[in-house]
Design a protein around this ligand. Sequence first.
Ligand SMILES: *Cc1c(COP(=O)(O)O)cnc(C)c1O
Length: 411
Amino acid sequence: MSATRPLHAPMDQFAVKDDCLHIGGMALTELARRIGRTPFYAYDRSIIDRTITELRAALPAEISLHYAIKANPMPALLNHMATLVDGFDIASAGELRAALASGMSAHTISFAGPGKSVAELEAAITAGVTINLESETEFERVIAIAARGAMHPRVAVRVNPDFELKSSGMKMGGGARAFGVDAARVPALLTRIGQAGLHFRGFHIYAGSQNLRAEAIVEAQDLALDLALRLSAHAPGEVETINIGGGFGIPYFPGEQRLDLTPIADNLRTCLPALRERLPGVELIIELGRYLVGEAGIYVAEVIDRKESHGQIFLITNGGMHHHLAASGNFGQVIRKNYPVIIGNRVHGTTREIANVIGPLCTPLDVLASQMEMARAEIGDLIVVFQSGAYGYTASPTRFLGHPEPVEILV
Ligand SMILES: *Cc1c(COP(=O)(O)O)cnc(C)c1O
């Protein structure tokens, strides 16, 4: 190991006592004993609380925070999030049911995503959720549903912006995209929304995800606000909401640092007066998924075997890519990199070694850590994958190879 090798950002959101990781005020070994089996996901509500408190303290007070529930739709976690954020963003009828069951008010829920079925639209409109229109066809379906049921749907327009969120993990705007209506076609759609007498809410502009560069987020937010203001001139009624997206990332890989919120908050503070002048009553929304919950979660698997092959150590665990596709490197990564992984019951350990952490699936893709420096582990030890509170369980192929599902717990 060379001294210049990039390191993971410190995972200091969790306490370590007696060389054991603590989560929810409890030693990991004790939590594992109480759950009674491994693997499991554990989410620490106090870390979610702290993250949201700090975020709100940094951002201007009038910014609304929405939670994109696809990041983690666990029911207990949603119940908790419903008390902490100003709205939920959903992208399916299943997420609609989960969002409504959490107690979140329907009027603060918005429904984005391409390919909404008529049944999904009907359920969302009946519930009073805002539909973020992704196409002209979707607009026509909403009109038909409204006519059938004498309802007054709430709609926003998801705009495919003419810009992208630079250096993002996942880009969702700029150029040809499946998401939203091209900015150039939005004025015509707004006219039709006015003619149809729908309740127009505003604009949804989402340019990308997983960004750790504050300057890139500042630039995208400026462009989104500018675009929303230009389109507002064509609005069929008062613009009630402008959702300028999110994209706030968390550090997953060696060399990555936590996002600096200060430039983003400063820039929003600078932009707000001009926005207020043009649209006095508008609600400015930022929608986030992983930033709110990702750092609060760990995935825990147990060492089942310890092997050596050609001089390398292999820790074989009972969990892997079927539970945590993202940590295996198969959820959008181009080059596989290690998530932060430790031995949870020997954080520092007495001896350190370089090891591979491998799942039980019969495929070379089932890797949780590749040639990573960690405490020397024994059979029965607990492997911890940090940064696992978002895009973990529900973003994984749990049926693959027929192993048991992981447990999920909010502590
Ligand atoms: C996935 C998604 C999000 C959440 O993304 P994160 O990277 O988890 O913050 C927010 N909004 C939309 C429209 C999305 O598709």
